[in-house]
Design a binder for this molecule. Structure first.
Ligand code: AHR
Length: 506
């Protein structure tokens, strides 16, 4: 049987405008993300402030418009006051989430300054683990109030005259998780988040708030957690969070790549739960989704457990340093397609994380330059060209079964029409690992468009990785696409990520 995928892409079938914050990322005080990642005073590639210039260049290249900070699990015992003011006066603290020593040499104001250097914006999380309403208000006042109050004047005394005006705030992190410092029951979190949100909006009504969802889809309390907590927070927040990591733990690549269907199912269930609460409250407001932690994470699990058990309280130990292979890049491409297809409700998403910690960008631990992991490429291209209106794909593709998933499509895809630049971009992953797929796309609705390029990420070895000295997995131009009379035919190589771009002839 010839493997096939047939699609019709038309301007009339609009899903939604892509919110550029769908391409967000995340920096946590964890491992070498901050220290030896963004910040390394004395490194030959660092600037006067200690920021790594090579890292800044790669972060700009990958393109992340919003970055969540400072955690993650770290935030649940974060004392923000320790991270501001003269560096030499800042105290060192034990980070209980990751069993490391946090020296607070890089903190809130350094992070905001750094986001400006990478053309991004901060998304701040407050500590609802060991702290509560008063401290959420204090940090908000420090960050967003112009002057004349205790914490705004404290900020000014730290040399930051203008308020940071941070727009997006997360109400805690993974508060349902037993691993979380200050874990809460649904009722406890719902009430605390409701009152914190109410008070934060009284102080600054312009902010947007994210209510904490389940830590992942298989949590025993999912989706009851969402239903119960949103009963409390619905009127005060704009988003509910989703977190999910995947991995090829059983070394079954077929089944691994089918897991992006689970992500879609997760999103649909959260949407249904939000809409249930909307109906229950007779509310006119629609809640949106912030998928603010997603990625592949499993390669480093054993090494991390060893560090925590046998070498705790180190400074910036090499934790969560997953080295990604080619199939992980396919998985990241698939997850991005799922996020885009749900762009009507998923408005923000953060690939977790950005540098050194489960990251597309790594720095060489021996002092060399920063380098790109395999997963860098699908993210970078999607973040660069995935802007405009998502068009409803009408796809008919051959299917296959995997160990735990039935009727898995060979091809996963999404199309985005950027009216402003007159470009149409199709992202497609052939997740059939054994056979190429003949793809046909009817683009007759874009009569004046020509084929611009077909970029492919393919490799004969699913386990191929990149390193500081050698890039084995990288993008290439494909000559396997042809456009004739409004119909595109493309050969999608088995196990490949593809980007096909059309545009008006210049
Ligand atoms: O991103 C790593 C960790 O994963 C985060 O700290 C936590 O929120 C999640 O469990």
């Amino acid at each position: 049987m010839t493997r096939q995928a047939n699609m019709i892409v038309d301007k009339a079938f609009k899903v939604a405008e892509v919110d550029k914050r769908l391409y967000g990322s995340f920096i946590e005080h964890l491992g070498r993300a901050v220290y030896d990642g963004l910040y390394q005073p004395g490194h030959p590639l660092s600037d006067a402030a200690g920021f790594r210039k090579d890292v800044i260049a790669l972060v700009k290249e990958i393109g992340v418009p919003i970055i969540r900070y400072p955690g993650g699990n770290f935030v649940s015992n974060f004392f923000w006051e320790d991270s501001v003011g003269p560096i030499e006066k800042r105290p060192a603290r034990l980070d209980l989430a990751w069993a490391t020593l946090e020296e607070n040499k890089f903190g809130l104001n350094e992070f905001v300054a750094w986001t400006k250097k990478v053309d991004s914006k901060p998304m701040m999380a407050v500590n609802l683990g060991t702290r509560g309403i008063a401290d959420a208000l204090n940090i908000l006042e420090y960050c967003n109030h112009p002057s004349g109050t205790k914490y705004s004047e404290m900020r000014k005394s730290h040399g930051v005259k203008e308020p940071h005006n941070i727009k997006v705030w997360c109400l805690g992190n993974e508060m349902d998780g037993p691993w979380q410092i200050g874990q809460k029951t649904m009722e406890e979190y719902g009430r605390l988040a409701e009152e914190t949100a109410k008070a934060m909006k009284l102080m600054d009504p312009s902010i947007e708030l994210v209510s904490c969802g389940s830590s992942f889809r298989d949590m025993p309390t999912f989706p009851e957690w969402e239903a119960t907590t949103l009963e409390h927070t619905y009127d005060y927040v704009e988003y509910v969070s989703l977190h999910q990591y995947y991995g090829n733990r059983e070394n079954d690549s077929n089944d691994y790549l089918a897991q992006s269907d689970d992500m879609e199912d997760f999103i649909k269930t959260v949407i249904a739960t939000c809409d249930y609460i909307k109906a229950k409250k007779r509310s006119k407001k629609t809640l949106y989704l912030s998928f603010d932690e997603w990625n592949v994470w499993y390669h480093s699990n054993a090494a991390d457990a060893d560090i925590v058990k046998n070498r705790p309280w180190g400074i910036a130990p090499p934790m969560l340093e997953d080295i990604y292979n080619f199939e992980d890049a396919l998985m990241v491409g698939l997850m991005l397609i799922v996020l885009l297809r749900n762009a009507d409700r998923v408005k923000m998403a953060c690939m977790a994380q950005l540098v050194n910690v489960i990251a597309p960008i790594m720095t060489d631990a021996k002092g060399g330059a920063a380098w790109r992991q395999t997963t860098f490429y699908p993210f970078m291209y999607t973040a660069k060209y995935g802007h405009g209106t998502v068009l409803q794909p009408i796809v008919n593709t051959t299917m296959h079964d995997t160990a735990k998933h039935d009727e898995i499509t060979d091809v996963e895809s999404v199309s985005i029409w950027n009216e402003a630049t007159a470009e149409l971009t199709v992202f497609a992953v052939n997740r059939n690992l054994c056979e190429d797929v003949q793809m046909q796309i009817d683009v007759r609705g874009f009569a004046d468009y020509v084929l611009k390029e077909h970029i492919v990420l393919a490799h004969s070895d699913l386990k191929a990785t990149n390193h500081s000295a050698k890039e084995s997995v990288g993008p290439a131009f494909s000559n396997q696409s042809k456009l004739e009379k409004g119909r595109l035919t493309s050969l999608l190589h088995k196990a490949s990520w593809n980007m096909i771009r059309f545009g008006k002839q210049s």
